[in-house]
Design a protein around this ligand. Sequence first.
Ligand code: GAL
Length: 418
Amino acid sequence: MKILAKAGVSALALTLALSAAAQAEDVEVLHWWTAGGEAAALNVLKENLAGQDIGWKDMPVAGGGGEAAMTALRARVTAGDPPTAVQMLGFDILDWAQQGEVLADLNEVAAAENWDAVIPAAIQKFSKPDGTWIAAPVNVHSTNWVWANKAMLDEMGIAEPTTWDEFIAALQKVKDSGKVALAHGGQPWQDATIFDSAVLATGGPELYTKAFIDLDPAALNSPEMVQAFDKMTQLRGFVDDNFSGRDWNLASAMVINNEAAFQIMGDWAKGEFLNAGKVPGTDFLCFRVPGTAGVVTFNSDEFVMFKQGDDAAKQAQNAMASAIESPEFQIAFNKVKGSVPARTDVADTDFDDCGKKGMAQLKEASEKGTLLGSMAHGHANPAAVKNAIYDVVTAHFNGEYDSTQAAEELANAVEAAQ
Ligand code: GAL
């Protein structure tokens, strides 16, 4: 400081200059990771960037599934003030990529770190539309999981169900005992998350693909789809009276706190169990929704990078993208989040039994062609179609349609949304 003093540079001026430089290094991040397990995982990224002198300006927008976050994003971009990075899913990323020059080009950092070789093609479909990397994939979640309270199952002599009928019988046994059989939050995105599995358990990858990816009216309004809605009616009979509007992590807490036996939810639920100090295989079980084994309905969280004005901001943005794709971060973050790494070259050594199971099943599904984008989480079709499906599924779950009417409405609503 003495040298600078001689040069007439005051401590204050130096501090201001350094803090200005520090501010230029900040990244502003819009996301919806506000639950306990999610926030714990996000801290891994914040700390990683802080270690590179990159500050974090947080823009959390609560609301599972990210609908509210996408609304907030549109407002920021319309105001000409986009965040540095935005958590985003699947087809929403493709929508933004089509908006012209609003997204940054990550090809330089992607080439330097060989992302093309380690990120699965199923994810690159969204991260790298038209040959330009515009997003850094953080993880691979999947939705067709059941989370079960092991002590409750042991107490009632319930073995892990492997068929739909065994699952229904297990739910009935719990209900008859007076406990809550199925912990659920009655919100459209959560009802749809269950619907991913109800359709898979009914008609397998064929029905799922024809209905949600091909948007085939004959599949959407088919006897099989009626049966899928019948499964939803069965499940509706196992939720508690206060399920409507409940946040997903509060439903997870019911299983964690021995108030409910099962939850059907994506593996971000595991982050809640871990955050509560619960151990897979000891406190809780994780298994694929009975009838969906062999298939993985995935959703990858990606940080979409929005074009930044000055070089310092661009450097910070590239440093964030690079940090996200580092093997070390991929392990540290996904262990906490409940997801599996987006990179295929990461060993499962550091992951718990549910993580190891998830990584093996992702690899197997990818090789077998049964790795399917989650409809509920924006990886099967565009947002307008997804939201049209949400509306019908939730209306049916709340008793506004019977299963036959629901299948008919589903085909009509999807047709109208295209
Ligand atoms: C999903 C997202 C997960 C988790 C979940 C609950 O769409 O991929 O990371 O945030 O919503 O909000």
